[in-house]
Write a protein that binds this ligand. Structure first.
Ligand SMILES: NC(=O)c1ccc[n+]([C@@H]2O[C@H](COP(=O)([O-])OP(=O)(O)OC[C@H]3O[C@@H](n4cnc5c(N)ncnc54)[C@H](OP(=O)(O)O)[C@@H]3O)[C@@H](O)[C@H]2O)c1
Length: 345
């Protein structure tokens, strides 16, 4: 069914390529024949989408198909979002981290060169994340522009009152601007909440916006209702739940895919990290099973945000660039897919 939906819609995306440092990109554009066509061009103020007629009016239609999949740069360890901002491709997840453990984990990550920090209003730790970021800046560990913080607003009362809930995230984090804000789940108020996030982008309080737990059908319904193509979609992805139909669908829209529960999530890591196929591949490369899984994600073009409060694990989870998996190894891990979700959404 999902594949059927994917065939019904073709989206055209064009986005800029710029240098490092979360700088904004220059405009580029084109168009393609399709039932529904979106053309994205990053401007100085925000991501924008246009219909094909807009594109023709502005002279950007060329008739060539130019869907652009964002490529990972394994040298800079970053990817360019369609918003024109650069994002690290490995980060730290902070679900279930609180208090000093959270602050220390984030500072440990920042000290080890992990500049992407994932949080959410629902995690109840935005204040600790903000404190850790401010302390790291004050201590000269890193500069604000080199840190990329993602947060999310939750369905229900938060999405029904998006101005207040988005501002509350900004206030709790207290780090000037938020690099990326996501809608945590689909909700009856999601389109309106997304439009308010777009306003915050225009005001410079949020740099990029995206979605979490949106799959093919949800995206197909959602995208025509909004003006800004999401910069990123964050979904559950690990070797036992690979979403091999969803990932290319999202990537071909020029949207970056990020995986949550990359190590299977708490309560499942033992089985996944002990999987004989993954252990054998890890042994062949002299790396850990966690590193194999994270590298497998990166080679599929999936950004990883493993959660950890262990400084050794946090460091280990950054060491993903001195080895690569062969096509055969990628295929062997691909064969482990069980369609086994480790959470309800
Ligand atoms: N958008 C959503 O709906 C959603 C849902 C769930 C999660 N998320 C995000 O995704 C992030 C990742 O998910 P998660 O943290 O729940 O699960 P996870 O990353 O799959 O697994 C975390 C577990 O793995 C262990 N671990 C980490 N690195 C390891 C290593 N190198 N070797 C051995 N064990 C290791 C951690 O233990 P130690 O602490 O001992 O290292 C922790 O118990 C979350 O933190 C959150 O930011 C988003």
């Amino acid at each position: 069914m999902r594949k059927l939906f994917s065939l019904l819609f073709v989206f055209l995306l064009v986005f800029p390529v710029t240098a490092c440092g979360q700088s904004k990109g220059e405009e580029s554009g084109t168009a393609v024949d399709a039932e529904i066509i979106l053309v994205t061009d990053a401007t100085e103020s925000a991501q924008e989408t246009k219909t094909v007629s807009d594109a023709a009016d502005s002279g950007t239609e060329t008739g060539e198909e130019t869907n652009v999949k964002a490529e990972f740069d394994f040298e800079t360890k970053t990817v360019m979002l369609n918003s024109g901002y650069e994002m690290p491709i490995n980060g730290l997840g902070t679900y279930s981290l609180h208090g000093d453990e959270c602050i220390n984990s984030v500072k440990s990550a920042l000290s080890n060169g992990v500049c992407l920090i994932d949080t959410a209003s629902a995690y109840g730790n935005e204040e600790e994340i903000g404190q850790a970021v401010r302390e790291a800046i004050d201590e000269g560990i890193i500069q604000r522009e080199d840190i990329f913080v993602t947060t999310k607003i939750y369905p229900g009362s938060e999405m029904e009152n998006p101005e207040q809930s988005i501002q509350a995230c900004l206030d709790r984090l207290d780090i000037g601007y938020v690099d990326l804000m996501l809608l945590h789940h689909p909700d009856s108020s999601d389109v309106e909440a997304y439009k308010v996030m777009e306003q915050f982008v225009e005001e410079g309080k949020i740099r990029s916006i995206g979605l979490s737990n949106w799959y093919v059908e949800e995206l197909t319904e959602f995208l025509p209702q909004v003006d800004t193509v999401p910069a990123l979609v964050q979904n559950e992805i690990h070797p036992y739940y690979q979403e091999n139909d969803v990932i290319p669908f999202i990537q071909e829209l020029g949207i970056v895919v990020q995986g949550w529960y990359p190590l299977g999530g708490r309560g499942h890591t033992g089985e996944l990290l002990g999987d004989p196929v993954i252990s054998e591949i890890a042994g062949a490369h002299g790396v850990s099973p966690a590193q194999v899984i994270l590298r497998w994600n990166l080679q599929k073009g999936v950004v990883v945000i493993p959660g950890s409060s262990n400084p050794d694990h946090i460091r280990e989870n950054t060491e993903l660039y001195h080895f690569s998996l062969t096509e055969e190894e990628m295929a062997r891990i691909g064969s482990l897919d069980r369609g086994e979700k480790h959470d309800w959404y």
